[in-house]
Design a protein around this ligand. Structure first.
Ligand code: SF4
Length: 474
């Protein structure tokens, strides 16, 4: 979400006549887009801010702004700790960023732009840079779930969705610009549609999930409706992959599951075989204290049904260890869940209380050393699972969307580097693939077929077979 917000700020500022500086030493304006979901991330944002306290470029101090959820959370209080900061803004003020910068350039100081957008109709337009093959597309914002540990409903507000027709028009424009993969974004995309009447008259189906009827009211738009409308829209014929993030197990409806079926059985053809469904804990008691309202048994049943529809689906999740009162046995239930579901990727964190949340009032009674030990144990446990999951892919062929040059050239052996580069991309099931190919032309943004020859717990390695984007051999 923050990457998408940052891209949006860059695009809006570019339209207002600014250019991205090649190095921070050349910048007239520095924006820090901070995440508040964990204590550590907030500290990072604030300490990054501190590094610019006495920063001077070309004999003058650049303007300094703090944004994102950290700006929303801190508001004007941050000026007591960082009086050298010029302005603060929250996620709902991003579209005003050129005007805000202009006011600050004219002398406004210590301004705070952190009001929530109170309008019911959420409307926005995605900004893609020329040549971009992938785009993040916000389809809803905010969250109504209020998990006890989470600051998001307080920093991003209540749920609001764009209309399906607006999203389709936006996507048609992006596809016309060359975008071939989109990630539909929101805090809880699978509850998309709340409050939007089904004006297009799309097939109305009441959504049913693990607790019965879920999602928007009857007669309103829904997330499966959006996916099917995307599949049916001729303007999106060139779109190759649809991803989405993030989602809540309670709203993961049977109708959304059906979208993962093969197209011949009613599935959505371009929906990537990948799902990141945060579970947070393997213990029902801990989940209840987290206010998650879903049970492990029904979560596992959803995952089993998904794997039955598509055995190669890539699965990911988020986990918190050391939540208040979590016992050793309950932590072990989380390890058992990893064994049972067999995720490809896991994002795991030690619990840190977020001020203002209900969980922050609970005694933070799991000592830091226990939290850290559990976190390391969990990551080591998952590493073995990921290693096995990735190794199972050796010998297979995947269509890979190239994201750019790999950060390291370890795959290039001595004497091999001339004329070759290592490229990195992702499969539809979201596995990272590194492969060698000729260096003269950029492969970024192309869909290539790669045969997997090796694996590690975090990535696959392969040989380039063909250029799927153009149907020619490469
Ligand atoms: S569903 Fe996600 S964003 Fe919403 S409150 Fe829970 S953890 Fe936070």
């Amino acid at each position: 979400m923050n990457v998408a917000d940052t891209e949006r700020m860059c695009s809006l500022l570019r339209d207002s006549g600014m250019e991205a500086a090649e190095a921070v030493e050349q910048a007239d304006l520095i924006l820090i887009n901070g995440c508040s979901v964990r204590d550590k991330a907030v500290h990072k944002a604030v300490s990054t801010l501190g590094t610019y306290q006495d920063f001077v470029t070309a004999g003058r101090k650049p303007l300094l702004g703090l944004g994102g959820c950290v700006g929303q959370m801190e508001k004007g209080t941050i000026f007591r700790r960082a009086p050298y900061l010029d302005f603060v803004f929250g996620p709902d003020a991003i579209d005003q960023i050129p005007e805000i910068v202009s006011r600050v350039q004219q002398g406004e100081r210590h301004s705070v732009y952190a009001d929530f957008d109170r309008r019911d109709d959420y409307s926005t337009e995605t900004r893609a840079l020329p040549g971009q093959a992938q785009a993040f597309v916000n389809i809803m914002k905010g969250c109504d779930k209020y998990c006890t540990y989470c600051i998001v409903p307080f920093t991003r507000g209540r749920e609001k969705s764009r209309t399906i027709s607006e999203v389709l028009d936006d996507l048609a424009k992006l596809v016309g610009q060359g975008v071939r993969e989109v990630t539909l974004l929101g805090q809880n995309v699978n509850s998309f549609g709340k409050g939007n009447p089904n004006k297009l008259g799309l097939e109305p189906r009441a959504l049913v999930g693990p607790i019965g009827r879920v999602g928007p009211e009857e007669g309103e738009e829904t997330f499966p409706m959006l996916l099917r409308a995307m599949d049916a829209d001729p303007r999106l014929a060139e779109l190759k992959r649809i991803r989405f993030t993030s989602s809540h197990p309670l709203d993961f409806s049977d109708q959304l599951l059906e979208c993962y079926a093969p197209p011949s059985e009613g599935g959505v053809a371009r929906l990537a075989p990948h799902l990141h469904l945060p579970v947070q804990s393997g213990s029902d008691r801990v989940l209840s204290k987290m206010g998650r309202k879903h049970k492990i048994e029904s979560y596992i049943a959803q995952m089993d049904r998904l794997k039955a529809l598509n055995p190669d689906v890539g699965l990911g999740t988020d986990l918190i260890v050391g939540f208040p009162t979590e016992t050793e046995e309950e932590f072990e239930e989380t390890l058992k869940l990893l064994d049972r579901v067999q995720y490809d990727t896991v994002f795991a964190f030690a619990y840190s209380p977020r001020p203002g949340t209900r969980a922050a009032k609970l005694p933070d009674d799991v000592p830091d050393e226990v939290k850290n030990r559990r976190l390391n144990q969990l990551l080591a446990h998952q590493k073995l699972i990921s290693e096995r999951r990735y190794a199972e892919r050796v010998g297979r062929r995947y269509e890979v969307l190239v994201e750019g040059s790999a950060k390291n050239d370890l795959m290039l052996r001595e004497g091999e580097s001339r004329g070759l580069r290592v490229w990195t991309g992702r499969t539809g099931c979201n596995r990272v693939v590194n492969f060698r190919a000729g260096a003269p032309r950029s492969l970024t943004g192309r869909f290539l077929e790669v045969e997997i020859t090796d694996s590690s717990p975090i990535a696959l390695t392969g040989n380039l077979l063909s250029d799927v984007s153009e149907g020619s051999s490469a």
